[in-house]
Design a protein around this ligand. Structure first.
Ligand SMILES: CC(C)(COP(=O)(O)OP(=O)(O)OC[C@H]1O[C@@H](n2cnc3c(N)ncnc32)[C@H](O)[C@@H]1OP(=O)(O)O)[C@@H](O)C(=O)NCCC(=O)NCCS
Length: 165
């Protein structure tokens, strides 16, 4: 039985260790971390998957902002990292976490402005994220353009800068 609980219910050090196992410690230098800056994760959109009291997966969402070259500022939500304990991957837990966070985004009225950096083969196939609007975006670090994904009507399509909220 997998329970989904607010991420705040789990010791942050345990979540950090899980992220290190799912990715690699060098993850902290990634562009996604620069995009979100020093902001705290959005509590209502961040969860852990727990089995028998042990966290086996997590999802965090962050407030970020897009500033168009014309000067318009659009608040967006960056989804991820999504992490599943390596021994438990490909067992539906990633999808469970994503679906739970996406439902929470609907409740919060934020599902029209979601972005993430991740594999289109996963986030496109299961959750409808695409790179269609992100081609003109500048980020504070390198990004593979086909992995800069977004979903929702409020996502801007033009040229501009993505960065901390
Ligand atoms: C990517 C991740 C979150 C997916 O969660 P998961 O619980 O392992 O996967 P799920 O059980 O939800 O989904 C399984 C399906 O997705 C596919 N899938 C999983 N990861 C994939 C990826 N990176 N690219 C393409 N497809 C992927 C599987 O092939 C499987 O498809 P199938 O049902 O047709 O066999 C998890 O594997 C993980 O933490 N990986 C390491 C960290 C990472 O890369 N995170 C995402 C980058 S932002």
């Amino acid at each position: 039985m997998t329970d989904l609980v607010p991420l705040a219910a789990v010791d942050p050090a345990i979540v950090d260790a899980l992220l290190d196992r799912a990715f690699e410690p060098a993850r902290r230098g990634r562009t996604a971390y620069k995009v979100r800056g020093q902001a705290a994760a959005i509590p209502a959109l961040s969860f852990a998957a727990v089995e028998d009291g042990t966290p086996i997966g997590s999802i965090q969402c962050w407030p970020v902002a897009f500033t168009s070259d014309a000067g318009a500022r659009v608040p967006l939500v960056m989804v991820g990292p999504v992490a599943v304990e390596p021994a438990r991957q490909r067992d539906g837990i990633g999808r469970l976490l994503m679906e739970h966070a996406l439902a929470a985004a609907v409740r919060a009225g934020l599902d029209d402005r979601l972005i993430l950096i991740g594999d289109p083969e996963y986030y496109g196939r299961f959750f409808g994220f695409t790179a269609a609007r992100t081609g003109g975006w500048r980020l504070p670090g390198p990004v593979e353009r086909h992995r800069l994904l977004a979903r929702g009507d409020a996502v801007p399509a033009g040229a501009g800068t993505l960065g901390p909220a």
